[in-house]
Design a protein around this ligand. Sequence first.
Ligand SMILES: [Zn+2]
Length: 440
Amino acid sequence: MKSSTMRLCLASASLMVLTACGPNAGESGSVITPAAEAQSNDGASGLSVSADVEAIHEGMLVMDTHLDTPAYFHTPDYDFSVRGSFEADGTHVDLPRMKEGGLDGGFWVIFTPQGPVDEASYHAARNSAVLRQMAIREMAAKYADDVELAFTAADAQRIADAGKRVVYQSMENAYPLGTDVSLLDTFYVGGLRMVSPAHFRNNQFADSATDVSGAKFGGLSPLGEELVQEANKLGMILDGSHASDETVYDMIELSTTPIILSHTGVDGVYDHFRNIPDELLMAVAEDGGVIQINAYSGYLEELHPSAERTEALEQLDAEYGSDYTSMDEATQKKYLEAREALNAKFPAPRSSFEKFMEHLLYALDKVGPDHVGMGADWDGGGGVDGMSDITFLPKVTAALLDAGYSEEDITKFWSGNMLRLLKAAEDARTSTLSSPGVLN
Ligand SMILES: [Zn+2]
């Protein structure tokens, strides 16, 4: 499976954005066309929950720990204040849909794809990560009446009570920090409160769960250990998503505060490199940490693309090679266009809301409601049939109530657990750096 892994996907049919989504390995399941999706939606937001459940959901502080939407902020076709639709443009999150789906906010991601591990590439990645953080801050400044940057655990409820959406920041892949972890301080000042060491491939900090070459360090590298210490010092949550199991064990052992898996599934439902086995799930929970369940189709179940799609993907690989990061810019552009056309003609199969709930309920059953939350990978490849964007979030509350979980449990799931981790990180911090509330 690893050898057929693609290192990118397109979240959108019309927006040419490289996103943080997963490898395209092991596709299968029913092919969901836009028309079929729209039919099953039953109205604008596709809600099938009662008014009572809607009211319960609306009354909770609802957050997601992996919003990849910032990848769109500097693209010409995306407008945060305008309601998009997954069927029309492939997007999941904007302000109108946050209101419809009762999403109060969460962690907005500074994502960097893994590139070569050398000085020139570090500098390029650093510049792009700084720009991504600026884009998040610019969004907060532009829509200051509707959203607000959050820096502490206490900020979330205060911001939500003021009728605004909450903007925490996380970094997916610490690669842009190069070999000097003190650069994390700069991102902290800008508002960063969560960091993950690696993405699809091993890098200078850690082994990835999906590197085709296998483990390099057997977990964290010495520099990765410095990263954990620096994050602890600053009061950031450490995120083990995309890291190898050994890396996550190292993070648990070294970090002075509990870790998060910001968008991850469970091997107990689908054995996949990006999911975690029961023993690791238990270890994360025993350490006080949290798993936030992913809604990325290829990690939820084994999916089988149509023969036509497989053949077209093979042709694309034969023409361009499968290593996106080693292509020059012009080739990347051509490749993305070809890939977009392919996806439109032979859509990727998608998993289902039921399968997503299977992962979620499995994790809850194993480690309980203090250790599970939501990180669906919105605008990074997440979304499933029956939960194609954030307007469907009340269905998750409904399903958890149906499964017998209390409103108190569900509040922990939506935000209580991740805020507990942030508070623990804050309480243990030794740095005196602060983040000025001044916007760009
Ligand atoms: Zn990811």
